[in-house]
Design a protein around this ligand. Structure first.
Ligand SMILES: C[S@@+](CC[C@H](N)C(=O)[O-])C[C@H]1O[C@@H](n2cnc3c(N)ncnc32)[C@H](O)[C@@H]1O
Length: 274
């Protein structure tokens, strides 16, 4: 057997071990992503063999937890891809205004910045009080940080600029209280957000959502898994509900491309057909 094939096999065995021991299923994630992250952990620990990583995962829960953090990329920011939020203001808010109650699901919310960004827009549009935002991730550490809603001053400066570029006209700092070098998001924006641990690969649908935002998550999945998760998202949306994907993500090559109309093709906003 070629060395390349045997290391591929070792990665498969490692992912099997991870799944069977801890229930986290990375077997259908993009292999390039998984390989990069495992190599990075090997570099950090000085372990030179994937088989040794596997045995450590099986015998050392702390190590397995660290590897889980490696495999789950939680990079995010408020009003990330400002044009997306401009389009939400222009194309999505008028649809949401037609509903008496609104349910929005952020699938793969990481440390919460995306959910807080949408909360701000809803507040400005007078929709926040009739909305429940469900913000989920399978990374509990990220969710715990999300619930706090605390951001450093450096982040606050960056986010304030993003907010303006996304069409925000209020004073961004009014949404925070400040404590030394940190901004803390106002309770009035937190109160309708439900944070929950949910795994898109192994857990079930969320019922009757008016909008689902799942951005920069599917990019880490292979096409079969993207298809499976698209089914979950499709079944969680009401007819006419809106799906927002990341700028590098699409419905192409999934079974769902014909089941939506494009609200904004470039900014990846879709409306579920009736
Ligand atoms: C790059 S972040 C995206 C955050 C945010 N949506 C954004 O675009 O800024 C990807 C998030 O997806 C989460 N994730 C990856 N696989 C997941 C799964 N199977 N179920 C739930 N969340 C998952 C990761 O933990 C991470 O927090």
């Amino acid at each position: 057997m070629r060395k390349e094939d045997s290391s591929e096999l070792e990665i498969s065995l490692l992912l099997e071990a991870f799944y069977h021991k801890y229930g986290y299923d990375f077997r259908q994630y993009s292999r390039a992503h998984i390989r990069r992250r495992i190599m990075s952990r090997m570099g950090l620990t000085g372990i030179s063999d994937v088989a040794l990583i596997q045995s450590k995962v099986l015998n050392d829960q702390t190590f397995a937890y660290e590897l889980l953090q490696d495999l789950s990329i939680t990079v995010t920011e408020m009003f990330r891809d400002q044009e997306f939020y401009k389009s939400v203001r222009k194309n999505v808010i008028p649809v949401l205004k037609t509903y008496p109650f609104i349910k929005i699901w952020h699938a793969g919310c990481a440390t919460g910045q995306e959910a807080y960004s949408v909360a701000i827009i809803l507040k400005e549009e007078g929709l926040y009080d009739r909305t429940t935002i469900y913000a989920t991730d399978f990374n509990q550490q990220a969710l715990d940080r999300a619930k706090e809603g605390i951001f450093s001053n450096a982040m606050m400066e960056e986010y304030a600029l993003n907010y303006q570029l996304s069409g925000g006209i209020a004073s961004f700092s009014d949404y925070f209280t400040f404590n030394y070098d940190r901004g803390i998001i106002n309770q009035s924006l937190k109160k309708n957000i439900v944070w929950a641990n949910h795994n898109l690969v192994t857990d079930s649908v969320f019922a009757e959502m008016n909008m689902i935002i799942c951005r920069n998550v599917l990019i880490y999945f292979d096409i079969n898994l993207q298809n499976k998760v698209q089914k979950l998202l499709y079944e969680s949306l009401i007819p006419g509900g809106i799906l927002g994907l990341g700028l590098k993500e699409s419905l192409r090559f999934t079974d769902y491309s014909e089941k939506y109309t494009e609200l904004d093709k470039k900014l990846r906003l879709f409306k579920k057909k009736y």
